[in-house]
Design a protein around this ligand. Structure first.
Ligand SMILES: [Zn+2]
Length: 102
């Protein structure tokens, strides 16, 4: 699975530069081919930290709180609380519950 967004620093032309990245597969070693970068290097560390925090917040919104998997794109667009599978399951359960009450 992917890691959270983090900030990395690099000396470029004698200046310390920062960038936002995450590990694509946390079960593998951290090497350049296993990293996803977001945006460009910036000398502003605070900006990079803020960007990483923002991306992590947005990623959490896209995760289903019930099963922890990523929600489908349309589920995110429509503002569903859960992923499609969980929504279907929950709806079924609701239906069953109502059936018993009647
Ligand atoms: Zn789910």
């Amino acid at each position: 699975m992917k890691s959270e967004w983090k900030v990395t620093s690099n000396i470029i032309n004698g200046e310390k530069m920062y960038a936002v990245y995450r590990i694509l597969d946390t079960s593998e070693l951290d090497h350049s081919g296993n990293r996803e970068h977001y945006g460009e290097f910036t000398p502003d560390r605070e900006a990079a930290v803020r960007l990483a925090a923002k991306l992590n917040r947005e990623d959490k919104k896209k995760l289903c709180p019930r099963c922890g998997e990523a929600k489908e794109e349309f589920a995110v667009t429509w503002g569903w609380a859960q992923c499609f599978d969980c929504s279907v399951e929950l709806r079924k359960k609701e239906g069953e519950g109502r059936g018993k009450e009647c």
